[in-house]
Write a protein that binds this ligand. Structure first.
Ligand SMILES: [Zn+2]
Length: 69
C-alpha cells in the first residue's frame, strides 16, 4: 500500500494532536481552522483514492484547486 502524501500525513497529525491538545489558533469554542483544513484535505484525498480504485499510487497533489488561494 502506498504511503499517503506528506500533506495527508500532516493532516492526520493535526487531527491527532487536537484530540488532546489545543494549538494557538484554536478558538474558545473549540473550533480550529487547522482542524477544518485537515479534515477537508483528508476528505478530498479519500474521495480521490476511491475514485482511482486503489490500484495505482497517486502522484498528484490532492489539495489542488481546493479553495485555499
Ligand atoms: Zn487548533
Amino acid at each position: 500500500m502506498a504511503e499517503p502524501p506528506f500533506i495527508i500525513q500532516l493532516a492526520g497529525y493535526v487531527l491527532d494532536f487536537h484530540q488532546r491538545n489545543r494549538c494557538r489558533r484554536c478558538g474558545p469554542d473549540g473550533w480550529c481552522p487547522r482542524v477544518a483544513m485537515a479534515r477537508a484535505q483528508l476528505t478530498v484525498w479519500r474521495q480521490r483514492k476511491q475514485h482511482a480504485g486503489g490500484a495505482d499510487a497517486t502522484t498528484e497533489h490532492p489539495a489542488r484547486g481546493d479553495g485555499s488561494a
